[in-house]
Structures are given as C-alpha cells and as structure tokens.
Design a protein around this ligand. Structure first.
Ligand code: PLP
Ligand code: ZN
Length: 411
C-alpha cells in the first residue's frame, strides 16, 4: 500500500486515499491508516522537522510540499500552582489558546486545507460552533482559497469578527448547530466545495492527533497517565485515542495505560449523560443551553465512539454547569495566567471534579487540553468581584482609593 489509505470504521473495507468520507459498502465513517514505519527513522524525522504541527507529517495524511505555518507546537505548561490547589504534582496544561486563530481548530484545518488543495478545490467551507469558522477563514486567506462558513446565529459576536476580517463569506443560520449541519449536508450535494469537517472529515480529524503527539514529545517521548479533553463532536477526543495507538504501534513511546477523560457542559452533555447512565448510545440533546457555545453539539458525530473509548480506557466523561465553568475560567486565569474560553472552563471544571473525587493519583502525569482563547468570549467571565478603582490623576486620590493594606496577598 502507499504510505496511507482509508479504512471503514464499520466493515474494515479499505480504499486508496481519495476524496471520500463514507464507506461505499456500508456507509460507515472512514479513517486514515498508515503503512508500518521504522521507529528510529520516524523519531529522527519528527525531531528534525519544523517547529510546528508539520513535524508530525509522517503521521499525517498529506503529500507534497508543506506550508510554512506557525500552527501547533504550543506550550505544555507544568501547572504548579493549579496543581497544588488540586493535589496534583504533575499537572500539565496544553495551551492551545495561542494558535494563530486562537483555538486548536487551526490544526484540523491545516490538514484539511492541504487536502482541499491536493484534491483541486477552490473553496473551503464548514459548519462551525464558532472557532472553526475563524480557522477556516484564516487558512483560506493564507492559501488563496475562498471560504464559506456556516454558524448558528447564537455564536458569540466576537467569534464572527475574525472570519469576516479574513474575508470569508459568513452564513448565520437561525437554528442549532445540528440544524446547521443538516443544511450543510444538503448544500454539499450540489456545490463542489470542500467541507472540511464533513466531506474531508477523515483527513480533518487527523489534525487533532497532533496535541497528543506534541504532549508526548514535550514529556520526553512518553504518554501521560491521563488526559482531559473537551467534547463537542467528539473528534478530538476519539482521535486522541488513535494518536496514542499510533505512537505505541510505531514504537516511539512505550506502551502504557492512558486514561482519556472527556468534558462536556451540563447544558449540552449527551455523551456525559450516557456515560453516567451506563447506556451504550447517547440520546441527542435537541436544544443546548450553555455558555459553552463552542461545545454545543446535541448530536455529536463521534459521540458513541467517545463513550466506548472512555469505558475502554477506564476513564469517564464529566459534565459541569455554567457556574462551575465560569469559576474554572477564573481559576486557571488566576493560578496560571492563561485566559480560556468556556470550552477551557469546561475542561478545567472537569479536572476539578476528577481531582476532588480522587479519580487522579497525586503523582499521575495529567495533561489538560485548553483549546480556545478567552479573548474571543469576554462576556463569559464575571469579573465584577475583581478589584477595580477609578481615580483622578493625583497621588492623594490614588492613595485614598487604594490603600496598600487593602491589597490581598496572592496565595
Ligand atoms: C474551543 C473548542 N474546544 C473543543 C472543541 C471540540 O471539538 P470536537 O468537535 O473535536 O469534539 C471545539 C469544537 O468546536 C472548540 O471550538
Ligand atoms: Zn464499511
């Protein structure tokens, strides 16, 4: 076989890598599988590669010349202060808020845009809960493609500014994300556009493996003991399992148990609810109600696969309500200086629950994915309790307004 091919997740039928997303035999979803590679050469190739996600190109379904893009290879921060609060000595935050369009979606779009060009498309498109729209628009601008992005009209306004600035055509749909998705499936029938998270999905999801590849390399080529990952469609969650399997299969990390925990907002938690009830399949949420708009997918494409993966790795999928999400945003901002959007709040809130319940050992290597930037969602945090004074431009006014004794010590 060539370096990689497509394989059906249902009936295992294989296909040469082509512009295809469902199995012709059973309509099951397709995934990319790679031919065997030598561990030593692979590791050397990665370590000599560019300082971006493209260093993992041998484990990605792309051909030809790679673009010079500063996507990925984001910091893995040893969170000592947050870890001390939670009783975790080896807690790490994968800070994906600092990607070019300020979410992890730049990774999946990087791979999909590359495929769109290989397949000869001139337009890339997506159904988005907000962040993907920005990532697709930015990639289109870089590659000289057209972008058409579809979002529910409830998306936070700040998330629509960037796609418009990048020059995308924005389609705001009065409906839920699942309704946007259904519309996009119809549009895809008669427009020859590359829908990154639909028609190019087998390639797109491969980009989300790169967070774990990086974390493993940043830990000195080892898997963590646990990861905590936000779930919307479940693609990043499920493909973290695939990333771990590939690292072990290709011999670049030692096999070990990796528990893959999931995080959802309580107002749209179909997978967490199914996990809690012991169900094998989730029940869709018709009307999501949460401040975590980027995770508000009521019928996640990879929801049932996520459920199976949580159980197979002896982990769990945790739901947190909006108050806990807001608290968690401030907690990680104030302990580690990282400002996350609600998806990050959902993940940190799940971490807090897991740490309190004793699910994570004190010395376990725990990696938490922070996938979106808080500057895109300023209305999601409540800073009304924070210290803030307004003064005349005179020292006496300042001293009166803010005496030194009023300032509390940092913990
Ligand atoms: C910031 C952020 N984190 C996580 C996710 C979850 O992604 P997935 O659909 O792969 O579950 C999304 C999806 O939109 C997102 O915007
Ligand atoms: Zn099949």
């Amino acid at each position: 076989m060539s370096r990689y091919q497509l394989r059906c997740r249902g009936c295992q039928q294989t296909y040469p890598a082509q512009d295809l997303h469902t199995c012709a035999a059973c309509l099951g979803p397709l995934e990319v599988v790679y031919a065997p590679m030598g561990a030593a050469e692979l590791r050397i190739a990665i370590e000599r590669g560019p300082r971006s996600l493209w260093r993992y190109a041998p484990l990605l379904p792309v051909d030809g010349e790679l673009p010079d893009e500063a996507i990925g290879l984001t910091p893995l921060v040893h969170a000592r202060r947050l870890g001390a609060e939670l009783g975790l000595a080896r807690l790490y935050l994968k800070n994906d808020t600092v990607n070019p369009s300020f979410s992890f979606k730049d990774r999946v779009v990087a791979v999909a845009a590359q495929k769109a060009k290989e397949f000869g498309y001139d337009t890339i498109a997506c159904a988005s809960t907000g962040n993907l729209a920005g990532a697709v628009a930015a990639a289109a601008a870089r590659h000289g493609l057209r972008a058409v992005v579809f979002v529910p009209s409830t998306v936070e306004p700040a998330k629509l500014v960037a796609p418009l600035a990048y020059g995308a055509t924005l389609v705001e749909v009065d409906g839920t994300y699942d309704e946007v998705n259904r519309l996009v499936a119809q549009v895809a029938e008669d427009r020859r556009w590359a829908f990154v998270n639909f028609t190019l999905r087998p390639y797109y999801v491969e980009g989300s493996k790169t967070l774990l590849f990086e974390a493993a390399e940043q830990l000195g080529w080892r898997l963590p003991d646990a990861v905590v990952i936000p779930i919307a469609s479940g693609a990043m969650y499920v493909n973290t399992g695939k990333a771990a399997r590939e690292l072990v299969e290709f011999g670049i990390v030692a096999p070990q148990r990796l528990r893959i925990f999931g995080a959802q907002p309580a107002g749209c938690a179909p997978v967490a609810e199914a996990f809690a009830s012991g169900a094998e399949r989730y029940a869709p949420v018709r009307t999501p109600r949460t401040i975590a708009h980027s995770l508000a997918i009521g019928a996640p494409a990879d929801g049932n696969a996520a459920l199976a993966l949580a159980r197979a790795t002896e982990a769990s999928i945790v739901a947190s309500d909006d108050d806990a999400i807001r608290d968690a945003i401030l907690r990680v901002a104030r302990s580690e200086g990282i400002f996350v959007e609600p998806a990050g709040g959902v993940t940190v809130a799940a971490l807090v629950q897991l740490a309190r319940s004793g699910a994570l050992a004190r010395d376990a290597v725990v990696v938490v994915y922070l996938t979106g930037n808080g500057f895109k969602t300023p209305d999601a945090v409540d800073t009304s309790g924070a210290r803030r004074v307004r003064v005349a431009p005179r020292l006496d006014a300042f001293d009166a307004a803010l005496p030194e004794r009023d300032l509390v010590e940092v913990a």
